[in-house]
Structures are given as C-alpha cells and as structure tokens.
Design a protein around this ligand. Sequence first.
Ligand code: LHQ
Length: 261
Amino acid sequence: MTSVLVSVEAGVQTITLNRPEKLNALNPDMHERLRSALEEAAGKEQIRAVLLTGSGRGFCTGQDLAERDVSPGAPPIDLSVSLGSYYNPLVRRMRALPKPIVCAVNGVAAGAGANLALACDIVIAARSASFVQAFSRLGLVPDAGGTYFLPRLVGTARAMGLALLAEKLTAEEAAQWGLIWKCVEDSELAADSRALAGRLATGATKGYGHLKRALYASTGNSLDAQLDLERDLQRELGLSEDYREGVNAFKEKRTPRFKGR
Ligand code: LHQ
C-alpha cells in the first residue's frame, strides 16, 4: 500500500496521507513522497492548489514512534537529524509554495501532525477531529513550526496551555480560537474541502502566491518594510495577465477567467 496517495484533477493536487492503521504517523518513506508531491506542485503550471488530507480516522499523529528505539542500551537518538532532513524542509517547502494549500483535517492531528496542518494556508476540520500538541508528554518541545505557529495564531497564553498540557482541542474550539479557518460536519468535510481547493485552483494563482509571501512576512516585518513589500509585489501583479482579466471582468460584469499568471 502506498503511504501517500497523490492525484491531480481540475488544477487541484490532492495529497492523502495513507497509513490509516497508524493514524498516518510519519516515516521517512512518507516524507520522501510528500517532498516529491510538493515539488511536483511547485513545478507544474497546471497544478494551482493543493489539498492535504489523511485516510481513515486520523489526519496525522506526527513522527512514527514505533521507529524510535529507546530501549536500554540503544544508541542515543539525535532528533535534530530528522528535523533537519525532513520536517524543517517540509514546513519551509509548504510555506514557500507559491500556490495555496488547503488542509482537510479528517481526524486527530497530533504532534508534528498538528503542526503540519498549521503549516497549510487554510485549514478545515471535521467536527470529530482534534488537535493535540502531544510533545510535552514525550518531554519534547513543539516542533515542525509549532512554537512559531501557535503563539501567532492563538496568542501566547493559549499556545502555552496547549503545549504544556497536551490536551485535545476539538475542531470546534480550534475554529473558535482562530487556530484554523473552520469546522464543518464530518459528512461535509470531503466535499467542502474539495470545493474550496477547486475554487482556489481557478483563482489568480500568481496573486495567491504573492499574497502568501506578504502575509507570512508580515509577522516579522515593520509596517515600513511591509508597505515596501506590498508595493513591490503589487508592481509585479499589476503586470500580470490575471490583473488585466480581473479588471476587464469587473467592467464587463462577468466572472473572471484567470489563467494563474
Ligand atoms: C502511532 C502513532 C505514532 C506510531 C498512533 N507513532 N504509532 C518529529 C521528528 C523529530 C523529532 C521528534 O519529534 C517529532 C515530533 C513528533 O511528532 S513526536 C510524536 C508526537 N505524536 C504523538 O505523541 C502522538 C502519539 N499518539 C497518540 O497519543 C494517540 O495515538 C492519539 C491521542 C493521537 C490517538 O489516540 P487513539 O485514538 O486512542 O488511537 P491509538 O493510540 O489507539 O492509535 C491507533 C494506532 O495508531 C495504535 O496502533 P496499534 O497497533 O496499537 O493499534 C497506535 O500505536 C498507532 N499510532 N500514533 N505517532
């Protein structure tokens, strides 16, 4: 069974984590497949949005703990190796991808699996899904971007509670807290997330890519730097085919037909 399923339809690349019996815990094979799927998404013009989800009752429970030998006498494990080789490049690739990534959280998202969801650009979760910053139970700090995403999304007080207590946060609470975009009924997750990704895949892709850059840069920038960045990005977008199409469609009172460039 392939550990990550990848398909492309109508401009949307769907990536499905597929080790349901392990709640889609991540191993090196899955990381390699995820990496190559995202490279494909970056390189192919016809892919204009990505949809990331999981198969079975879990979304992703982070690192596969069964692969860690911590028995007495086993050699020490240098966790920085897997972060440096897999998790950090993955989060960087996702954030830098100049196309929107929708995450459909179909079940529990734990540890690095929760933060993989938060690295996506727009997160929808099924009502039965949950988010667990499980790291402190293992004596670890939130990784895969967790210490960066959490305080920015929900503030330090809630980030600290989530990280210290490692309790499950329901999808509904996650939406109320602003950790994710929204929570939908379980029966609606697949259709709603596909529709959202499909809608983004017909949008002004270049504009979305620049929009990601601007919003993600803003937390580290001064207002002055951000105004300069907006000016520079807008200069490029003003020269795009999609800008012309958008303005023409507005004047002609019709739906724009964006080409993504
Ligand atoms: C699993 C896992 C799992 C293996 C469920 N591994 N088998 C990254 C890289 C570098 C440095 C270190 O850190 C990291 C960050 C990390 O991600 S560390 C890992 C953080 N993740 C966790 O600690 C989550 C561990 N899982 C759980 O706490 C539970 O499974 C949750 C609360 C997510 C779900 O509980 P249940 O719904 O009761 O399901 P379950 O525990 O029965 O799991 C079902 C199966 O999946 C079970 O296998 P089995 O053979 O007994 O049926 C679990 O062992 C397996 N599984 N997560 N991460």
